[in-house]
Design a protein around this ligand. Sequence first.
Ligand code: UDP
Length: 236
Amino acid sequence: MPAHQRILLKLSGEALMGDDSFGINPATIGRIVEEIAEVVRLGVQVAVVIGGGNIFRGVAGGAVGMERATADYMGMLATVMNALALGDALGRSGLKARVMSAINIDQVVEPYVRPKALQYLEEGKVVVFAAGTGNPFFTTDTAAALRGAEIGAEIVLKATKVDGVYSADPKKDPHAVRYQSISFDEAMARQLQVMDATAFALCRDQNLPVRVFSIFKPGALRRVVQGEDEGTLVHV
Ligand code: UDP
């Protein structure tokens, strides 16, 4: 029996890049799909929020003089491209998947409607949430916190390249240690980067725990949903 019945998996756009410097790497997306399939087979309901940083980030547009809101809409469209690629790969692997967008582009992706998303999850379909929150000045981390709370996910699983939250940057400091678990308040006091401040506050206020783990460690997602020690649990 898995420890979690319904999860919200946050995948950054960069997770889809693999070793490339831009875009979507098919082999990498295939590996992520295999990890997701493993937990779907355990009977876990899986919702995914996907980022867009492998294609475009609003801050990058802002940095070259674009209006920030316009650049953010471009960033949200980038997440739609990633969501389509992930939905396609999930479908080809034999899973049932649905992509839902926070911005209406009906010919491309069905709109996000909460009761429909809940129905899909109950039917065992993987639901991929595209276009973040639908609003500029937010991030897909905040979309993960928001959708996680809306669908009643028991936990937000933030998939990163690093296998948890460390006391210092493990690439720079050999004495850095991984926290097994840490409270939101302590993470904030120690200025540990878990999520951006808006996402962090929403998870804390909604008592929605977050586990930071590496999606590239084979079997890590399965171990997480089975409640094993993997990554770092951030809790109230
Ligand atoms: N974005 C936004 N509102 C949202 C979510 C995302 O405006 O609710 C834009 C923002 O410009 C962001 C980009 O979409 O830079 C891609 O999302 P994010 O940077 O969170 O992706 P990740 O870092 O996870 O790849």
